[in-house]
Design a protein around this ligand. Structure first.
Ligand code: PGA
Length: 264
């Protein structure tokens, strides 16, 4: 598979953290820090605050960077779905992006491949760009099943989609055992998983589309390990949890992503 020169992507997933004042403060700091990064305009930089703070964070970042993203959306359009937020509502709040299938929903809440596929289609129909997260558990990796798990998740998520939507998609390889654990995948293992994911996209579509499809790594990315991960040709950037809650570490990871743009 040829090295990709895709536009880098970096997402900061704030998860269920912060309060209104601290979310706005972080958003202002991140906006200032990312705006100062040379080549920031060549990277998709996105923060994913809790849904209840989207509007306030959106105001704080203005036209960005970063752009605004949501952590989840409903599989339904409108109606009697207590507590849920639709893609159209997220669009209304100024979101450009949404996460689908984060492991804290896939494994933590038990969302199935079928539900996630519906969410992905709803998001695209609402005009949102999607970060589709895939990843194996520790037991699956240790049992030698990582590749087949990833293939199954990619196939369920993507097969039969119009190839025109791939420009609005980022795939995030997030091994479950590396999320929030401080145990980062070795760069060569992450790169191998990225190749498996692109090989599946090539099987479903063709190698050209697979090479042009952005695949990023998530799971204990830090200011210290980002440059090594992002130096791999297969890895188009990252999805960051814990280290996105501190402006200094997120900006350092942003600089690592931007240096990828300079090599692209
Ligand atoms: P982490 O989270 O960086 O805290 O491991 C990554 C993620 O959940 O996207």
């Amino acid at each position: 598979m040829p090295a990709t020169t895709n536009r880098p992507f970096l997402g900061g997933n704030w998860k269920m953290n912060l309060r209104l004042a601290s979310a706005v403060e972080l958003a202002e700091e991140v906006h200032a820090a990312l705006s100062a990064i040379p080549l920031a305009s060549k990277v998709d930089l996105v923060v994913f605050p809790p849904a209840c703070y989207l509007q306030a964070v959106g105001r704080a970042i203005g036209h960005g960077p970063p752009s605004l993203g949501a952590q989840d959306l409903s599989a339904h359009l409108d109606g009697a779905f207590t507590g849920q937020v639709s893609g159209a509502m997220l669009d209304d709040l100024g979101c450009g992006w949404v996460l689908v299938g984060h492991s804290e929903r896939r494994h933590g809440i038990g969302e199935s491949n079928a539900v996630l596929r519906t969410k992905l289609e709803r998001a695209l129909a609402a005009g949102l760009k999607v970060v589709l997260c895939v990843g194996e558990t520790l037991a699956e990796r240790e049992g030698g099943h990582a590749r087949s798990v990833l293939v199954g998740q990619v196939r369920a998520g993507l097969s039969g989609l119009d190839r025109g939507v791939f420009g609005s998609l980022v795939l995030a390889y997030e091994p479950v055992w590396a999320i929030g654990t401080g145990r980062t995948a070795r760069a060569e293992d992450a790169a191998e998983a990225h190749r498996w994911i692109r090989e599946e996209v090539a099987d479903l579509y063709d190698p050209g589309l697979a090479a042009a499809t952005r695949v990023v790594y998530g799971g204990s990315v830090t200011a210290e390990n980002a440059a090594e991960l992002f130096s791999r040709p297969e890895i188009d950037g990252g999805l960051v949890g814990g280290a996105s809650l501190k402006v200094d570490s997120f900006a350092a990871i942003g600089r690592a992503a931007a240096s990828r743009a300079s090599h692209g």
